[in-house]
Design a protein around this ligand. Structure first.
Ligand SMILES: C[S@@+](CC[C@H](N)C(=O)[O-])C[C@H]1O[C@@H](n2cnc3c(N)ncnc32)[C@H](O)[C@@H]1O
Length: 251
């Protein structure tokens, strides 16, 4: 069991927004081969895993939480270029010196990042690349602004924590990676209002900080969103990521 327990979030996690396709194109394009080997760490229900498979990657998906991995395995079942195993970013259990890409889809923040960077360096082939990325809801959109104001009024000091922080300094400080590059690509998530609201029930950061208030808060978010009377919502996100290349002289 890791510090971040996603067990109760697994059922609705797949409703969360996709990453911007251009962000994934850029990450996969870093590999100098048509069918890169990727270690997808903290693969969860397979969001990023599916994106990597769709672009020709051969993926080893690593996930510590059994409930999340079960959904991930089933969502990727029709692909023959994917394997799943239990492990963490700090101790993946994967073979060293093997992968063109090591990816963290919304999972780098759940790890001890310096340890995960050391483990990534062990996994990568020479000149291989690390990528970590998240989807950020655009908080200046009117609906999102209203929801954000509600959250902040109910959970004083609410913070997105590491998932909205600049990952450049910790990557550079490791001394293992260079060419740190930021990716920012927008994506408009057109989603059935009911699905988007169900996805709030898998919002780990809010759940952790709202504690016993979480269920009431999600009900209020539902009330705000449904008051618009729209069956489909346009929710703007920004996919934000960092890529970096393994320096020569691996540990
Ligand atoms: C926000 S989910 C992201 C899932 C998926 N990668 C995606 O892009 O949607 C974060 C995942 O990280 C996993 N996790 C928690 N602690 C971890 C650790 N120490 N190392 C790797 N993954 C971890 C959780 O179980 C969860 O499935």
């Amino acid at each position: 069991m890791t510090t971040w327990d996603y067990t109760t979030l697994a059922a609705t996690y797949s409703l969360r927004p996709p990453y911007a396709p251009r962000a994934i194109d850029r990450i996969v394009g870093l590999a100098a081969t048509a069918h890169p080997r990727a270690a997808d760490i903290g693969a969860g229900t397979g969001h990023l895993t599916l994106d990597l498979l769709a672009r020709g990657c051969r993926v080893d998906a690593v996930e510590p939480n059994a409930a999340m991995a079960e959904v991930g395995r089933s969502r990727t079942a029709e692909h023959d270029q994917v394997g799943w195993s239990a492990g963490t970013g700090e101790e993946s259990g994967l073979p060293g010196f093997t992968y063109d890409l090591v990816t963290f889809g919304s999972s780098f923040n759940t790890t001890d990042r310096p340890a995960a960077l050391r483990e990534s360096a062990r996994l990568l082939v020479d000149r291989g690349h690390l990528a970590c990325l998240w989807n950020h809801r655009q908080l200046d959109d009117p609906l999102q602004f209203e929801i954000e104001s509600l959250i902040r009024s109910r959970v004083p000091g609410y913070s997105y924590g590491l998932r909205r922080e600049d990952q450049g300094p910790v990557i550079e400080k490791s001394g293992l990676f260079g060419e740190v590059t930021v990716i920012e690509e927008p994506i408009l998530h057109e989603v059935a209002a009911t699905d988007w609201l169900a996805a709030w029930r898998s919002h780990a950061t809010l759940q952790r900080q709202a504690g016993p208030l979480f269920d009431d808060l999600v009900s209020e978010i539902e009330r705000i969103a449904l008051s618009l009377g729209q069956e489909v919502l346009d929710v703007p996100y920004l996919t934000v990521g960092w890529t970096a290349r393994l320096l020569e002289g691996r540990p």
